[in-house]
Design a binder for this molecule. Structure first.
Ligand code: SAH
Length: 407
């Protein structure tokens, strides 16, 4: 095992259990290996934590355990996987939901790996060299615990080049890595009783945004009798919930044509299976467009409910200033266009944007739009995407349900 000494004064966050160590915080590495488990000590030699070092990773050292009695080996990684799954024991009993997160990266003490289950399938998203190195062990443990039909792992595009990871899909059956099965069809799953399908291979995220599950229920309750605009709709999960909630109509807009086609397909499936009311498909329109432009063309007063769920606009803290402008502009125009007393469910999935900044952005947008806003509910990811308080970066999804008042 390597021994890594942290520079004096740079150990404070580490002692508070923040798991990321960048190369600038390292004073010395005792050992020749470019990657491997490491004992991490402060400048006076006292134990801080165990971690995994990889000189080729953009975060060279990920801390894994602050307990000196733990043994760092593959079995320990499997234990972390097991604990993560067991923490979600109650979710397996849900009657109407078969899609949820099993491992939420650093928040579950497993850096750079997310695991979602989709009924009998498990899909992994790899965003660190650590996760890539231990993928067979992670898959083997998930298989031993849950016996999925298949485990499929894709590399998160936004981290592939920084981590030097090839963007290939790896699949595991019975816990053993195997070649891709090109005949594999969509996997069907349910979220709160609504039917969805995800195609195999690299879609967005692991195929579905299960982090929004609770918020879709809230949107559904608020949608009755409303004319809804679902911006950044992807495959229409909010659209379907709004329809079931009794929306008069839903116009869905996204830049991805294939996502929009899939949205219509899913509306059809749900109408056929009677999970949404007959005639629902006539209430939906799809438009492929850039939502930042599209919102400007919307007729004022047409909608009394909007969903704004843009992709991650601030990829880093440095990009936050520009991203704040984009978020503010989007929300400002939405507030201008929506009917008096209309409801907006607005989100940011940028970890760099704090809850406070998000609220401040909304209040500035409202002032510029000449509107008052009432915060009806604070929105966040579900409990299968926990926020680890020693790692504030895990609070990436934030949202507000607001009422826009213009009289
Ligand atoms: N609301 C969705 C998830 C949205 S993810 C759900 O609940 O499932 C963000 C979506 O924004 C993606 O579908 C992506 O295709 C789309 N997107 C990204 N940039 C866009 C842009 N400039 N205009 C329109 N859509 C965009």
């Amino acid at each position: 095992m390597l021994t890594i000494t942290i520079r004096e004064g740079r150990e404070k966050l580490l002692l508070k259990h923040h798991p990321w160590v960048f190369s600038g915080a390292i004073e010395d590495i005792d050992g020749k290996d470019g990657c491997g488990f490491a004992k991490v000590v402060s400048h006076d030699g006292s134990f801080i934590a165990y971690g995994y070092y990889d000189e080729k990773s953009h975060i060279v050292l990920h801390l894994l355990s602050w307990n000196i009695d733990d043994t760092m080996d593959e079995a320990y990684i499997r234990t972390l996987v097991k604990r993560s799954v067991l923490r979600r024991r109650s979710l397996f009993g849900m009657k109407d939901t078969t899609c949820f997160r099993l491992i939420h990266g650093e928040a579950d003490f497993l850096p750079g790996i997310a695991a979602d289950c989709y009924g009998r399938e498990i899909r992994l998203i790899v965003s660190s060299r650590f996760a890539s190195a231990f993928l067979p062990a992670i898959a083997a443990e998930l298989d031993a615990m849950l016996h999925p039909s298949i485990i499929e792992a894709t590399v998160d595009r936004s981290f592939a080049s920084a981590e030097g990871l090839p963007e290939r899909t790896r699949t595991f059956k019975d816990g053993i890595e195997c070649g891709e099965d090109s005949s594999r069809g969509n996997v069907r799953f349910i979220e709160d009783g609504i039917i969805f399908e995800a195609a195999p291979g690299r879609g967005q995220k692991s195929g579905f945004y299960c982090d929004q599950r609770d918020n879709r229920g809230i949107v559904e309750k608020a949608a009755a009798g409303r004319t809804v605009l679902d911006l950044f709709s992807y495959t229409g999960a909010f659209t379907l919930h709004a329809l079931r909630g009794g929306a008069i109509s839903v116009d869905a807009v996204d830049s991805s044509e294939s996502a929009l086609r899939h949205l219509l397909y899913q509306v059809h499936i749900n109408e056929d299976e009677k999970t949404i009311a007959p005639g629902s498909r006539e209430k939906v329109t799809i438009t492929s467009a850039d939502c930042f432009d599209y919102i400007r063309t919307v007729e004022s007063g047409k909608y009394d409910m909007m969903i704004l769920d843009p992709p991650k606009l601030a990829k880093t803290k440095a990009a936050l200033d520009n991203a704040m402008k984009a978020y503010k502009d989007l929300n400002r125009v939405a507030m201008l266009k929506i009917r008096n007393n209309g409801i907006i469910a607005t989100f940011s999935c940028s970890a760099a944007m704090s809850v406070e900044n998000f609220r401040m952005m909304l209040s500035w947008a409202a002032a510029d739009a000449g509107a008052e806003i009432q915060l009806l509910r604070t929105l966040s990811a579900g409990e299968d995407h926990p926020v680890r308080l020693s790692f504030p970066e895990s609070e990436y999804l934030k949202g507000c349900l607001i009422r826009v008042i213009k009289d």
